[in-house]
Design a protein around this ligand. Sequence first.
Ligand code: ATP
Ligand code: MG
Length: 705
Amino acid sequence: LGDEGPSWADAAPHRHAATGHLLQLSEDGGLVGADVDIPIVVVAEGAPPPPRCAAVLRLTGPARARLDIDGRTHDVDVEPISLGQAVQAANMLTTRAESALGHRAGEAPLPLDDLIRLAPAPRPDALVASFASVTAEALAVDLVRDGPHAVVIGVTGSGKSELLTSWVVSLCARHTPQQVAFLLVDFKGGRTFDPLLPLPHVTGVLTDLDEAAAVRAIESLRAEVRHRERVLGGLGARDVAEAGDALGRLVIVVDEYAALVAAQPGLHDLFGDLAARGRALGIHLVLSAQRAAGVFRDAVLANAPLRIALRVTDAADSRAVLGVDDASRLSGRPHARGVALIRRAGDTVPQAAQVARCEGGTIEEIAGRGGDPARRPWLPALPPRIDLDGIRRADAVVLGIADEPELQRQSPVVWHPADTSLAVIGGPYSGRSSVLRTIADQTGAVVIPSDAEGAWDGITRLADLPAGSTVVVDDLDALVARLPGEYGAQVLDALESAVRGGRARGIRVCVSAQRLHGGVARLIEGMHRRVILGFASRADHVAAGGEASDHVADLPVGRGRIGRTLVQFAVASDEATVRSAGAGSVLSWQPGRRAAAVVLPAGRRSRRLVAQWESWGVEVATVEGATELRRGTVLVGPPDAWLAQWRLLAQARAEADLIVDAACAAEYRALVGARDLPPFALPGADRAWWNAPDRMPRRIVLAAD
Ligand SMILES: Nc1ncnc2c1ncn2[C@@H]1O[C@H](COP(=O)(O)OP(=O)(O)OP(=O)(O)O)[C@@H](O)[C@H]1O
Ligand SMILES: [Mg+2]
């Protein structure tokens, strides 16, 4: 080895390998680096060799040695060479490595600005970028000829995002936004592409920070496909190159494709479709991931012959993308960062290239050139508020504006005349009442009031509504929960017959609810159409009948779905007049000329009422011991006393005002001899029912002043 130490080894390509094997030579049993593939260690006689040394060569004479390898010992001749010869051999190996791999160890990449300057002029049938160099020469990558699509893999920190950035910038520098536009997607963290936002070629940067918006924009690409097919069809052009200036190319760059399709598995099909049809339409995909296995489907790989690998840890990933293991042997050391193995469609072996970094200033320079920005392949998102007055129609009940990204369209949605029932379901403060108001405003609907007595009155009178009426009931679930069981069931029955008979009778029913259970769920199940507004939790959205994958945690108020279509519902102006069915009517009653039979629990209230009537000069007696019911008099008693006087009770039913206090609801049917429920009466509010011959029972207040 000589006194100068192992300097010859520093000249060997293995010492600086960015690809292939790393070699280390150390004397006196020096430490072996963990990333070293080939350690050569000199140890003193008798000292143990380091554990990773598989072969031990023991010098026994100037030209003789004993070699222990694979558990066997061989006597071998060794041929010493001089230090000068060793350096020469190392230099020869370096030259060979350079010509084989096209890569000079530790070579500095050409600056991106230089590469851009060297790139060819744009052509309609090419999309050439120069963002990497091989032995100080620019490597040109043509997304049209080498693609139409590219796959890029590399572990975290291997330089994927930097490569994608340089690629995009290099294309933007030589093309106008009308020649090439970009849609950039980053689904892991979301900051990678921010520096590219100023470029007029960039139509959008989509991230998982707003997943719903990102998915919507990506879904719009289906419409972009149709748009391009239409333009090409109109020109009679076979592909985008023949279309001249009519269509520019669109490059969709996805950093962390695995994260995107993991979040939205449905996009596998969309990307497969784009990959298959992209070439003719001028849509190009550049998809990057940390691994290849299980990420890229065959539909994508088969149409993406342009393959780029940065360092990977698994040889299988390297093979899947490049066909060889080399990317798994790329060094992770700082000097090897930015080395990419690039295999274009025509390459027999991948080329090792140095990726240029995009330094400050380049993007600003391109952005500063001015000119029109690229056409966006999607419409802006729905606005947070749509005023009914702006979209009102004479011939239909307008609900709002539907977002149809797959058609690149936003159009009004109306309440279809054939659907005579509509349910609006949503969480707290999701905009349920506003949707109902929008409907009521256009239909002059009968709005069922929110107080329980009024709601009862309104709903039990639905059978009398004339044709052409619309009824709206807000928060039906809350209403039913506030009513005692029998009343709740009757309300639901009445609504159900209105819903079932709606078409025949020409009436329409719209109800809202937050939660669907029991009878409310069954009623809504039978309705024609369902609006699902925002729910904080996916479980509630699904319970309301929504598709799990359609759930968005923070929908703006007034936004929801009809079927799977996203709709922003219109809001009626504040002056909108909405006809309410009126709060529950409560009559007051006083003893008159007719005889009166009052059923009332004994107690203070009863005493005060009797005292009041007597002060008016009315003759009042208790039913216990009474023998007759006379005109102008009042008989008072608790239910059991009345039930014991069956003859007087029968007379009261037939000729008198029969007043039953609401506190006697349990005995009401026995007292009145009727099967129907009396009108709902609020408990604890001095309510009573007034029955008179040949009249429906009415709700009254029975209280002393
Ligand atoms: N379609 C809409 N567009 C824009 N803003 C809306 C829309 N709908 C409702 N809002 C706003 O949100 C507020 C709450 O709406 P609304 O009362 O309709 O919600 P809700 O679901 O009925 O709430 P709650 O759970 O309290 O009954 C409204 O006062 C209005 O300011
Ligand atoms: Mg409400």
